[in-house]
Design a protein around this ligand. Structure first.
Ligand SMILES: [Fe+2]
Length: 135
């Protein structure tokens, strides 16, 4: 099973955002890796909890930057964060309830993996450009 690799096309140019994105990608990869290796029990729960809590932390840090730099698209960006957090939370719950299965993994690849890559490459890059222009 291929996990998605960090590469420079994911850089936004903002040091804090980029370092947190690297952590987030690591957490997502750890999750897919655990799925591939069919890890369950406490270890799996730990990986899910970390992904969930790191997503919350990272989004909160990004939102604080947006407030600080008076980002005009704050509402729209925050809305995406809320939806994504809810998706992660629900999917993690499903993994716990149903166990690791291909249907859930496929859904997670799109809803957690691909969706965040697209968000980073578009919305987060726009945010970084805005911050730079305000400094
Ligand atoms: Fe974001």
């Amino acid at each position: 099973m291929t996990t998605f690799q960090w590469n420079d096309s994911l850089l936004t140019g903002n040091a804090l955002i980029d370092s947190e994105h690297k952590e987030l990608v690591k957490a997502i990869n750890a999750f897919f890796d655990a799925c591939a290796r069919k890890i369950d029990g406490d270890e799996f729960q730990k990986i899910l909890n970390f992904l969930n809590s790191y997503t919350i932390k990272h989004f909160s840090d990004e939102e604080q930057l947006q407030v600080k730099y008076k980002y005009p698209d704050y509402e729209k960006h925050k809305k995406f964060h809320e939806t994504y957090k809810e998706t992660v939370r629900k999917l993690m719950h499903e993994f716990i309830m149903k166990g690791i299965n291909d249907e859930l993994i496929t859904r997670a690849r799109h809803d957690i993996g691909e969706v965040i890559v697209t968000h980073i490459k578009t919305e987060d890059r726009r945010l970084a450009t805005h911050i730079k222009s305000m400094e």
